[in-house]
Write a protein that binds this ligand. Structure first.
Ligand SMILES: CC(C)(COP(=O)(O)OP(=O)(O)OC[C@H]1O[C@@H](n2cnc3c(N)ncnc32)[C@H](O)[C@@H]1OP(=O)(O)O)[C@@H](O)C(=O)NCCC(=O)NCCS
Length: 171
């Protein structure tokens, strides 16, 4: 069965939350699970958190599916907002998660192509996102699909500050 990309609906929140939880822990809990990370994943990746996002008119979800299976998703903010404190304005790719056992099969690229098309339709000439500085795989992926690193943008959760990189791409 072929991969297809479709728009997410509120009913998809359960599977999005499960895939996001798995991918978040695989990506960020690289030295084991700490309490702050556990609180973060349960707060940000719960079914109710995604139901709320899916109901927001300014947010779009693109799902990579094969038959009944969710393989990855992109979450976009469609309002044209400035990238951090730069003058670059465009749509933000808020999340891009491919299930760990589905990586390196072109799913991330396909989701980003769909996200770029959706962003152009929203009037954007740029897309932007942030990536954890230590997330080398993601940074290599974004460089491969045309994103440029324009600086640091710290991310704070509880008492921890993480170095995120701000990446932009003209459409
Ligand atoms: C980053 C991520 C979205 C990439 O998705 P993917 O489906 O694995 O990537 P693709 O197969 O579409 O890769 C496209 C190209 O990106 C580059 N790339 C992807 N993964 C790479 C890696 N681990 N190392 C180096 N280059 C990589 C390659 O050029 C690749 O093309 P190729 O396979 O023909 O060489 C995926 O690894 C993921 O979900 N990671 C965990 C969550 C995460 O980090 N999300 C981003 C947070 S900012």
């Amino acid at each position: 069965m072929d991969l297809s990309i479709r728009t997410g609906k509120v009913d998809d929140a359960l599977c999005i939350a499960a895939l996001a939880t798995q991918t978040f822990l695989d990506t960020y809990a690289t030295d084991g699970v700490r309490a702050d990370l556990a609180r973060e994943v349960f707060a940000l990746c719960s079914t109710s958190a995604f139901e709320a996002h899916l109901r927001e008119p300014q947010i779009a979800f693109l799902l990579a599916v094969r038959g009944p299976h969710l393989l990855g998703f992109a979450q976009l903010h469609l309002a044209l907002r400035n990238a951090g404190n730069t003058a670059h304005a465009g749509c933000e790719i808020v999340r891009l998660y491919v299930q760990p056992n589905q990586k390196r099969r072109g799913i991330g690229r396909a989701l980003m192509e769909a996200a770029h098309t959706r962003s152009r339709a929203a009037g954007a000439t740029t897309t932007w996102l942030t990536a954890w500085a230590e997330n080398r795989r993601a940074r290599a992926f974004y460089a491969a699909i045309g994103y440029t690193d324009v600086g640091a943008l710290p991310y704070v959760w509880e008492d921890q500050t993480y170095e995120n990189r701000l990446l932009i791409r003209p459409l």
